[in-house]
Design a protein around this ligand. Structure first.
Ligand SMILES: Cc1cc2nc3c(=O)[nH]c(=O)nc-3n(C[C@H](O)[C@H](O)[C@H](O)COP(=O)(O)OP(=O)(O)OC[C@H]3O[C@@H](n4cnc5c(N)ncnc54)[C@H](O)[C@@H]3O)c2cc1C
Length: 413
């Protein structure tokens, strides 16, 4: 049954009705008969983007197969497929996705709708791997948008914020399967941040804003590449597995200490086998130009004393530029500055405001699925294709079936 609240428990869905259609026809009838409808993926977003006062729909019961097309190097999946399940399926057949987010439990359609990303200077967001979509529009029509026949519309439709229709199937690019090793290094100086971020296939830097130094670097590097030297960038090697939040058990984290393993058991920080039912946390994240990394950290220094008391961990990642109209990494190689806060919205909210004020000069783009309050005009100003997206939403959803308050504020009709 569709969930009544999000994973973090900070959003209780206001929907009057919950649905789990068992067929495409049933879904199309639901959309055609509804005046307000939103879809919930796995509910891992931290704001009300996925909420509605009307019909809330989960696609978990919609039938559909995973279809691998080796000639096109793509895989087509039902929208509600979790990345972790898809990854296992692909790896068993000799294929991989180029990148994954930190958690493998999120749904494909929900992740790409918000521009979810992993890390890697040469790796685009998860949304950038989308080669095609099938969706039910506001009038209940089933349409397909793909890269071959209409690349520009696809660029507008992938990071959709759920405003364009109910995505039923997603086609993703695949690559040959590969192996990685994960190393954790301790105590990175800020001066070495740029070098660290560019030093492996995927890199995450964790810190806590208690000191200017950066606490840990997680390197996810190709298995065939040599391990970091003993004094790599002035850091030391962790001698036991770590959790991103200092002091928590690493039991649920993917293997570290340089053990080689398949891509999908190293790229996410957390194991698929561990299923967190709820999380005692809130998250915010802002994408800024990659070249501004040092200046962004310096800009946040004056509010470090506000950040630290409500922070579980801060993570710095990189995302390669893409062409997707509302993607936070659209048109610019990005540094993603992520905050896992304590689960206390009243204490976190003023700190989010302080962070946003300090980041304002860097044209920050908030992660669409997390907690943010950047003025809508400032968000819109960072997206060159913003007006085109509004026009696309008006075309695919003329009656505004998929509208919701957060959309009305940030992408009004
Ligand atoms: C522990 C944790 C770790 C995370 N790690 C990362 C990370 O590494 N990188 C990152 O970028 N983000 C991360 N996130 C954020 C997360 O990836 C996004 O919030 C993502 O959108 C969640 O996917 P979901 O399936 O839960 O979507 P939901 O939260 O269920 O939905 C998100 C949006 O997509 C829409 N939607 C969902 N399915 C459909 C559909 N079929 N058709 C149309 N619209 C749809 C919903 O209406 C909603 O607006 C993390 C979140 C958590 C809780």
């Amino acid at each position: 049954m569709a969930p009544r609240r999000n994973w973090a428990g900070n959003v209780h869905y206001a929907a009057r009705r919950f649905h789990e259609p068992a067929s495409l026809d049933e879904l199309r009838r639901l959309v055609a008969d509804s005046d307000r409808l939103r879809v919930v993926g796995t509910g891992h977003s931290f704001n009300r983007l996925g909420d509605t006062t009307g019909d809330l729909v989960s696609l978990a019961a919609l039938p559909g197969a995973v279809e691998l097309d080796p000639d096109a190097a793509t895989v087509t999946v039902p929208a509600a497929t979790r990345y972790g399940d898809l990854a296992t399926h692909l790896h068993e057949r000799g294929y991989a996705l180029a990148n994954l987010a930190s958690l493998p439990h999120i749904s494909v359609a929900g992740a790409v709708a918000t521009g979810t990303h992993g890390s890697g200077e040469r790796l685009g967001s998860l949304a950038a791997a989308v080669a095609g979509l099938e969706l039910v529009t506001g009038e209940g029509d089933l349409v397909t948008i793909d890269r071959e026949s209409d690349p520009d519309t696809l660029s507008g439709a992938v990071v959709s914020l759920g405003a364009l229709g109910v995505v039923t199937r997603v086609t993703l690019d695949v690559v040959p399967t590969f192996a990685l090793r994960q190393y954790v290094r301790l105590g990175l100086s800020r001066a070495a941040l740029d070098a660290a971020l560019g030093s492996a296939y995927s890199v995450s830097v964790f810190t806590d804003w208690r000191t200017p130094a950066l606490r840990e670097v997680w390197l996810k590097q190709r298995a065939e590449d040599p391990p970091p030297e003993a004094d790599w960038l002035g850091t030391t090697a962790a001698d036991h597995p770590r959790h991103p939040v200092a002091g928590l058990s690493a039991e649920h984290c993917t293997p570290q200490l340089g053990a080689a393993g398949p891509w999908h058991e190293r790229l996410p920080h957390f194991r698929l086998g561990f299923t967190p039912s709820s999380g005692e946390e809130l998250q915010s994240e802002y994408l800024v130009p990659r070249t501004a990394a040092a200046d962004v950290l310096a800009a946040l220094d004056p509010v470090a004393h506000l950040i630290a008391p409500v922070l579980q961990v801060c993570e710095l990642r990189t995302v390669a530029a893409d062409r997707l109209w509302l993607s936070p990494s659209q048109g610019r190689d990005s540094l993603a500055v992520h905050f896992t806060w304590i689960a206390d919205a009243a204490r976190v909210r003023p700190v989010v405001a302080a962070v946003e004020e300090r980041l304002a000069p860097f044209a920050p783009r908030p992660h669409w699925g997390k907690v943010f309050d950047v003025p809508p005009a400032a968000v819109a100003a960072t997206y060159p294709r913003y007006a085109d997206f509004r026009a696309l939403a008006a075309r695919l959803d003329p009656a505004g079936v998929f509208r919701t308050d957060l959309l009305d504020r940030y992408v009004p009709r």
